[in-house]
Design a protein around this ligand. Sequence first.
Ligand code: ADP
Ligand code: MG
Length: 328
Amino acid sequence: DELISQIAAGEVVERPASVVRELVDNALDAGARQVTVRLLAGGVRLIAVEDDGGGIPRDELPVALRRHATSKIADLHDLETVATMGFRGEALAAIASVSEASILSRPAGQESAYLLDARSGELRPAARNQGTTVEVKELFFSTPARRKFLKTDATELAHCIEAVRRHALARPDVGFAIWHEGKLVEQWRAAAADGTDAEAALARRLSDVLGDGFVEKSVTVDHWSGAVHVTGRAGIPDAARSRPDHQFCYVNGRFVRDKVLTHAARAAYEDVLHGNRQPVYALYVEIDPARVDVNVHPTKIEVRFRDSREVHQAVRHAIENALAAPRA
Ligand code: ADP
Ligand code: MG
């Protein structure tokens, strides 16, 4: 089973950023309002993700580390229309098989927190408020061949920050902080739970994460095309600010890299602005989950649409309309 987990890890865990992505995923699944990521040496020495979510009861801690122990798939129908962020039930097991991992957690109503050391299996009481901290140390320590493929700490750190950024742009209602070597490197505050409308909350999160210039130099996207709803913001191209890594696409709340979406966006920019600059955007596609397959690849970054023309048209029209609309 250890070997199977290590093979699974090869699919799921490529570098520290993969671990960050999965752990933040779990924190969000657990209903966290605040997620704090602490890193040492670009995440290679340490990745700790702290949340204030629902926590894991003492007796379920060992279960969380077992493959396919997920409680997130209720039945087969659920598998097809999976709506939560995580669903494979093997991320923690895979990560623990290539690192020194521990889970510290306290659900509401439990008299104390418990700490589970993955390697030794030791479970003991510890101190913590409600929520969970997963610590992952010495990634790939037992697989030096994998460790050799890692880049410099600065590069691995940049990938870790990017992984958090992708989650942060999907969840303006959650606060995020990233610490590296004891220094706060990024902090994005949660939108107020009351009052703030979703569009304003998103605009603020976008300017916090991508820089103030993004919101000033972008327009609101909000377009229905059949059963596909596309929202977000599209940048007015500006050579000084456009960066190819500022293209974020989400399908039903999940960050994706998808040729259909990027091609549609590019086509819209060419139609309206005739420019050859890199478009900048954050787009959120909402579509019937039965019309999209999110399980194409274990890293879940890719999707397959049942009808890619439908989605292509929806995105293209959404951006064209937004860019062509008179600006307020
Ligand atoms: P999945 O997320 O696909 O269910 P994981 O291996 O990522 O599988 O996590 C295994 C299980 O551990 C989850 O289903 C969840 O019950 C529990 N878990 C992991 N991280 C957290 C967390 N931060 N807060 C609460 N529960 C968690
Ligand atoms: Mg998960």
